[in-house]
Design a protein around this ligand. Sequence first.
Ligand code: ZN
Length: 259
Amino acid sequence: MNKKQTPVRYCRFSVDGRSYSGQVRDNSVDIVEGDPFTGMSLMRLSYPVDRVKFLPPIMPKKIWCVGRNYVEHAKELNHEVPKEPLIFMKSTSAIIGSGDFIRIPDWAGVIHHEGELAVVIGKGGKNISEANALDHVLGYSIINDVTARELQKNDGQWTRGKSFDTFAPFGPVILLVKEMPQDAELKTIVNGKVTQHGTFSQMIFPVPRVISHISRFATLEPGDVIATGTPSGVGPIKVGDVVEVEIEGIGKLKNICAE
Ligand code: ZN
């Protein structure tokens, strides 16, 4: 393969009532047959990007999450910086695609956005070393780890506050690369205003450490998603807000908050 080729941006999308796998190129989406796990071939049919509805690029069995993985975010919520990765889970039933509504319940208190880099596992494994960790990566996507902050705090356990239906916007594409540039930027934008801004070099525990850490206690499986933590600047979202999480090289995950 030509090494200078730009990496594939794999997606799932629907158009005219049917759904397809695809790859996004500039302003078009090409239909592909197969998937990134088993191999893909181009089908010579494409749609303009603004005609398609993006679906979650895969449906993982599990969403692993890292809490407080950026120093400034730990500080803004008055927490110590953890000594090893702090792992929790988010229900897969919370997953929605780019363009879907985040449903904000009127009884759940303050709801926050958390824009994050999502690692998609390609090859599963147990006891993966940090040195080999990136061999297990299929690619990278974007996740908004939407959180009912007061419930998270009051429950002690985080499951409820993190797992409301629609609280895991995911996509629009998986960038099929083993490693993201450390200086790639992540931005969360609410109603056109940048609220979060960070680079992956600011992570306390970088991706290889997180993969290795999880695989010491649980078998990672192909398609597992790891939300790698959020930079500082988390804040409330409410009905009517437009929330976008943008990562350089991957794209933009856009959702509107509704009742
Ligand atoms: Zn998070």
